[in-house]
Write a protein that binds this ligand. Structure first.
Ligand SMILES: *[C@@H]1O[C@H](CO)[C@@H](O)[C@H](O)[C@H]1NC(C)=O
Ligand SMILES: *[C@@H]1O[C@H](CO)[C@@H](O)[C@H](O)[C@H]1NC(C)=O
Ligand SMILES: *[C@@H]1O[C@H](CO)[C@@H](O)[C@H](O)[C@H]1NC(C)=O
Ligand SMILES: *[C@@H]1O[C@H](CO)[C@@H](O)[C@H](O)[C@H]1NC(C)=O
Ligand SMILES: *[C@@H]1O[C@H](CO)[C@@H](O)[C@H](O)[C@H]1NC(C)=O
Length: 513
């Protein structure tokens, strides 16, 4: 028995490790730099990082123009590699990476801890790459202190195109009487025409009749990348670009979390949606509105994100119908809204993709204007609602994945203001968590509630209420994802022309006006 179990275990292990070594995409350039270190090291995710102290790619005087340092304290949630060591700059310093031309991810790793006797709240600096300003007067300390749920480190991800120069300069410049620091830098190639598709991809500009084109001159900052209705996806389970995909639960507005169906079916990628677009798990999990069509017609499934005003945003919505009930056109049709404007009147995923199990994504560009001449942190709303105009079989909507990027301004800048210290997070409190890392997140919330002196016991009680509610909810939801639900029964009564059908028709007629 035991031998069989062991055999199966090793077989599974072998299969999973084989799968991990053959991702759909292999980047031509891939650098992992552990700053402030002089030796090679491996991070817990198994990736190998080079120290930045000795390299032929930047000036050998790195030792005199900067200093390596080790954090004096280490939050247990922060991994040693690359976060424990940092390089500190008191004057301008440039790292130069030898890269091929084409689009790249730049990921900057920051752990705003205390280094030597420097005051972490006094570090302000700018970062430029190629000719783009990624960060200005940036305080990693303030940025991290505003994160929800609480976190001690952060990774900033940017996308920009490297021209024929075959090199990528990343420059750190401390503000006057300040210092800059960086813990890790990652550079990874991206397939051509993937995020910046130029003329190939006319993107609707929400709230106008116009289209927007994102070409090679645009730099992007990734703000959100979500595996909607699913679990966190770590770097090694991406498609070869080492992206992370986060759960979406904390961004859901109000009490309406909908349902999170999940079914492992083979995903059939296409020329339009190649296999590196998103991992299959993004497409085999989703959030839908709920089982009761009458309820669905009454509300919008809504997510709220915190963004900087004064920028254009690219939202990439990933769709895939995988539920057995939806296989044909005109079965599930819905509208998409951004900041309460119609982004798409009618999304029929099967119509877009061609069938069940075939993934597809749609891009939208949204302008988030400055309010009262003041750059600030504002909300970006994404919402969905059934579109009953062509009498689809179900009154429902679906979203599988979501990426939101900030686009550079005309001067090439992506930099926004720092969040205010102690700012009450603009996002609603996290809503029921999906299965996964629930326990660790729960406890960090309790810590937040207890340590936040101003936030009283009422909040603590509501947090506990959340946890209990989320547990219950989870049980109900996971049941719904495997067994047939009343969502299905509704469709049966609809097709069998029962009295309920008429009531439903009435409602859909009301709604379409
Ligand atoms: C991804 O798609 C490419 C092109 O169709 C194909 O050659 C490759 O084998 C696929 N990779 C995986 C891991 O499916
Ligand atoms: C930056 O801009 C200058 C002047 O416009 C240009 O010559 C140079 O090629 C640009 N560098 C990169 C890396 O794009
Ligand atoms: C969208 O509408 C809701 C409800 O009327 C409102 O509370 C919210 O502020 C609006 N959001 C935006 C970004 O305009
Ligand atoms: C982004 O910056 C580039 C280079 O400065 C510029 O050509 C482009 O117009 C900018 N994009 C936007 C949306 O302003
Ligand atoms: C830099 O950021 C801090 C904190 O947000 C702010 O108080 C200060 O005015 C900013 N400085 C500049 C030059 O923008």
């Amino acid at each position: 028995m035991l031998t069989i179990a062991l055999y199966l275990y090793s077989l599974l292990h072998l299969l999973s490790s084989t799968a991990a070594t053959t991702p759909p995409y292999t980047p031509t350039d891939y650098f992992l730099l552990n700053c402030g270190s002089s030796s090679k090291a491996t991070s817990p995710d198994g990736r190998s990082w080079d120290g930045d102290a000795t390299s032929k790619f930047w000036p050998s005087n790195i030792g005199t123009t900067s200093s390596p340092s080790t954090a004096t304290e280490q939050d247990p949630s922060v991994t040693d590699i690359p976060f424990l060591t940092a390089r500190i700059f008191t004057s301008k310093f440039t790292y130069t990476f030898p890269v091929s031309s084409g689009p790249k991810f730049i990921r900057l790793y920051f752990y705003p801890a205390t280094y030597s006797n420097l005051d972490r709240s006094k570090s302000y600096f700018s970062v430029t790459a190629a000719n783009y300003t990624l960060l200005t007067n940036f305080s990693a300390f303030l940025t991290v202190s505003a994160l929800v749920p609480q976190q001690s480190s952060l990774v900033k991800e940017f996308i920009l195109n490297v021209r024929d120069t075959q090199k990528l300069d990343i420059t750190f410049n401390p503000s006057p009487n300040s210092y800059a620091f960086i813990n890790g830098i990652e550079v990874v190639s991206i397939p051509n025409n993937f995020y910046m598709k130029g003329d190939l991809n006319p993107i609707p500009l929400v709230g106008s009749q116009q289209f927007f084109y994102i070409d090679d001159n645009t730099a992007l900052e990734t703000l959100y990348r979500l595996n909607v209705g699913g679990n966190d996806v770590s770097v090694n389970h991406d498609t070869g670009m080492y992206r992370t995909w986060q759960q979406d639960g904390q961004y859901i507005y109000g009490g309406a979390v909908g349902l999170v169906p999940h079914l492992e079916i083979p995903i059939r990628y296409t020329n339009e949606t190649p296999n590196y677009t998103a991992p299959a798990t993004v497409y085999t999990t989703a959030r839908t509105m709920g089982r009761d069509p009458y309820v669905n017609l009454e509300y919008r499934l809504t997510w709220i994100f915190n963004v900087d005003s004064g920028f254009l945003y690219l939202a990439r919505l990933h769709f895939c119908e995988f539920q057995p009930e939806v296989t044909k056109e005109n079965e599930r049709i819905f509208s998409v809204y951004m900041n309460n404007q119609t982004a798409d009147q009618e999304v029929d995923v099967i119509h877009l993709s061609g069938g069940r199990g075939i993934p597809v994504f749609k891009d939208y560009v949204l302008s988030v204007p400055v309010v009262d001449g003041l750059r600030s942190k504002v909300d970006l709303w994404l919402a969905m609602h059934p579109n009953m105009n062509s009498k689809p079989m179900y009154a429902d909507a679906i979203l599988n994945g979501l990426e939101i990027f900030k686009l550079n301004q005309s001067d090439g800048s992506l930099a926004g203001p720092n969040p205010e210290y102690d700012m009450v997070p603009a996002q609603p409190a996290p809503y029921p968590k999906l299965p996964g890392k629930e326990n660790s997140k729960t406890s960090s919330w309790l810590v937040v509630a207890v340590s936040g002196g101003v936030i009283g016991g009422v909040f603590l009680i509501s947090v506990i209420g959340f946890v209990i509610f989320s547990r219950r909810r989870r049980v109900r939801d996971s049941g719904a994802s495997v067994v047939k639900s009343s969502w299905v029964q509704f469709s049966i009564s609809h097709t069998s022309k029962s009295t309920k059908t008429n009531a439903y028709r009435l409602i859909s007629a009301d709604i379409s006006h």
